[in-house]
Design a protein around this ligand. Structure first.
Ligand code: NDP
Length: 309
């Protein structure tokens, strides 16, 4: 049997070479070098067109090259009886924690205010609050959210988290499910979105959510673009319900040059770079799971089709 790879080019040939080096003895084919589709029992895929997996009658394992898997689940022809694994590891969690802490500090310490004052040549003294008085709320307490919470707690913030079911993390007040959402938002002045994209979370960054937070709150989103209703964000920033936002993922990427978001006041944009797993991590997680699969051992980072993440 053979492994078919359709990879992103961000690493050039290094990812393909790494997978080959990590799996000596495997027959590894790079798409479109399929030869006989019946040979393929494992697919390692970055982003695929709907129906991409349909031609492989002996497919037994699907391996994503990234952490987010919503685009696989949106394919109605995805064979949901075949295990789907994704790439997450402590290093990618640490990178997301750095991104989160960086932007929470940026907004808490009002870096944009001081940058603007400097540009005007103005000595604009401003009293700063201590982290221990700032209430940060993290939506999504999985691999990414838990790492972010750990770093925020260590920095002294008052941290709460919102998850689907109850979850206990050190120093983090837990809210969960739809019933816990309003109370979570009402106590949160810096909201961090680290949710996966599912039917329940699509469009969650909307006017209703912003209005449920204290006036002058901040939103930081490194989830998925479809979490965000762009017009609602612009309106909430314009009328001061939100004082600022940082967005890493957008409905359309790259963000089009003529998007009004580029020039929306108090909106900070990053190009979907909050946590890109390193080449070593990506190779290690993908090849490790393939070795586990061949050995009949339990797979790591398995997606739960019933939950959608
Ligand atoms: P996990 O699957 O490990 O965790 C998901 C978390 O979200 C869980 O805590 C889960 O709750 C919670 N959740 C899911 N649905 C709901 C819901 N309806 N209501 C409340 N909570 C919910 O995911 P990761 O932490 O690994 O990744 C999260 C997302 O981050 C990815 O799906 C991806 O979209 C994004 N990401 C973005 C990157 C970027 O560069 N911008 C990089 C990597 C990831 P429970 O614990 O109860 O199951």
């Amino acid at each position: 049997m053979a492994v078919l790879c359709l990879l992103h080019r961000a690493y050039g040939d290094d990812l393909m070479n790494g997978i080959r080096a990590g799996l000596p003895g495997e027959d590894i084919r790079e798409w479109p070098d399929v030869r006989d589709p019946a040979d393929i029992d494992i697919c390692v895929i970055f982003r695929m067109q709907p129906g991409f997996l349909a031609p492989y009658p002996n497919l037994r394992l699907i391996s994503s090259t990234g952490a987010g898997i919503d685009h696989y689940l949106s394919d109605p022809s995805l064979p949901r009886d075949i295990p789907l694994v994704r790439v997450v590891d402590p290093d990618s969690g640490a990178r997301m924690a750095e991104y989160t802490l960086c932007w929470v500090l940026f907004h808490h310490r009002d870096v944009a205010f001081f940058q603007a004052a400097q540009a005007r040549g103005e000595w604009a003294y401003k009293q700063m609050r201590s982290a221990s008085s700032v209430r940060v709320g993290v939506m999504g307490l999985g691999h990414m959210g838990a790492s972010a919470c750990e770093r925020l707690v260590a920095t002294g913030y008052q941290v709460a988290g919102w998850s689907r079911g109850p979850k206990s993390l050190p120093g983090v007040e837990n809210f969960h499910g739809p019933n816990g959402f309003e109370a979570f938002l009402a106590r949160t002045e810096i909201l961090v979105n680290l949710l996966p994209l599912t039917a329940e979370t699509k469009g969650i960054l909307c006017r209703r959510t912003f209005d449920a937070m204290p006036r002058g709150s901040v939103v930081i989103s490194a989830g998925r673009g479809a979490h965000l209703l762009e017009a609602d964000l612009q309106a909430a920033l314009a009328d001061g319900q939100l004082r600022a936002a940082t967005i890493d993922a957008f409905p359309k990427e790259p963000l089009p040059a003529d998007s009004p978001l580029w020039t929306t006041p108090n909106l900070h944009i990053t190009p979907h770079c909050s946590s890109t797993a390193s080449l070593e991590t990506t190779v290690g997680v993908i090849t490790g799971n393939i070795r586990r699969f061949r050995a009949g051992e339990p797979l790591l980072n398995l997606v739960d089709y019933s939950k959608g993440y």
